[in-house]
Design a protein around this ligand. Sequence first.
Ligand SMILES: Nc1nc2c(ncn2[C@@H]2O[C@H](COP(=O)(O)OP(=O)(O)OP(=O)(O)O)[C@@H](O)[C@H]2O)c(=O)[nH]1
Ligand SMILES: [Mg+2]
Ligand SMILES: [Zn+2]
Length: 343
Amino acid sequence: MQGQVFKIHSDFYYVKSDNGDVFECKLREVLKKQKQKVLTGDFVEVENNSVICKVLRRKNEILRPSVANVDLAVVVSSLLEPKLDFIQLNRYLTFLKYHKIDTMLCFNKEDLLDDAVFKKQTWEILKIYEPLGYKIVFTSAKEKYGLEDLRKEIIGKTIVLCGLSGVGKSSVINALNPDFNLRTSNVSLQTGRGRHTTRHCEILDFGDFRIIDTPGFSNLKFDFILPKDLDVLFEDIHKFAKECRFSDCLHIEGEECSSGCAVLNNLDKINLERYQSYLEFLEEAREYKYKVTYGSQKEEETKKHTHGANKAKISRTKRQSARNTQRQIMKNLHEIIEEENEY
Ligand SMILES: Nc1nc2c(ncn2[C@@H]2O[C@H](COP(=O)(O)OP(=O)(O)OP(=O)(O)O)[C@@H](O)[C@H]2O)c(=O)[nH]1
Ligand SMILES: [Mg+2]
Ligand SMILES: [Zn+2]
């Protein structure tokens, strides 16, 4: 029998067969020993209605949240509570781009903004993300606005909702179909953050589309990618990066190659928070490169199993100086953004 894993709870995998029957399964011992990963969304072969004996080839996979075989990711952000954070949003977008997953954006809690602020926010969001080709919807799970716009984009698809805890992923699902009655909890007044209410990924079947609810993550890090491979994930930066004089240019002020850097020469055409996000992720990628270059044997092994990183060397002093420059750029960018916000 073949089916799809729609929920995973400790060692149990819940598999739905093509005709809709549900089976509670374990993973075959030999697959466990081989450290076979099974993700929500995996198509599997099941023996005796209770043992997963094979995981079929995946169309795609994401590791955070851990899901496979999705047609579309919808990154949900809240306009307020928690406050809209463009860098966090770019983190999700860049991560999904790395996994080559089609992505759209949903901005929820529209009801919390008054009209003038909402208009300003919408304008800013559209200005940044429409040119990057993302479909964008604005919703209020509470007031049930915008749900039809979302429904139109996801008909016929298996989609995964990604986004920080508390932005309203489970609430959007409940608003689309109250029968699911998923658990939700209010955002903490103290920290302004969500309470990590959803703990597992689960496929919810709406008939004409399927949605995977997921736990919110705030700790996605670019600690698996080499610095030189980052700009290609930023379409708006990469389009200039292609013209840089040196092929190993990382597009940072103050570094040797920056003299012929087409990105720095066109910074006025790139959204500041997008560039700032690039710098922040680049720092994480540099940490990663440093670790795989100078790290322990074990980290060398990690490198082998991840991306086969080059053995490029960065001297400690050069690295420190690059970091200082980067901090200075970030500081300057913060000041410019603050000025813009005041305006
Ligand atoms: N005002 C308002 N509140 C909302 C809206 N959507 C969700 N909320 C509230 O936001 C809080 C968090 O919603 P959840 O649906 O639990 O958020 P989540 O993204 O599923 O969070 P995790 O499961 O922790 O990842 C709840 O108190 C919801 O009632 C909305 O559109 N407007
Ligand atoms: Mg939830
Ligand atoms: Zn450059």
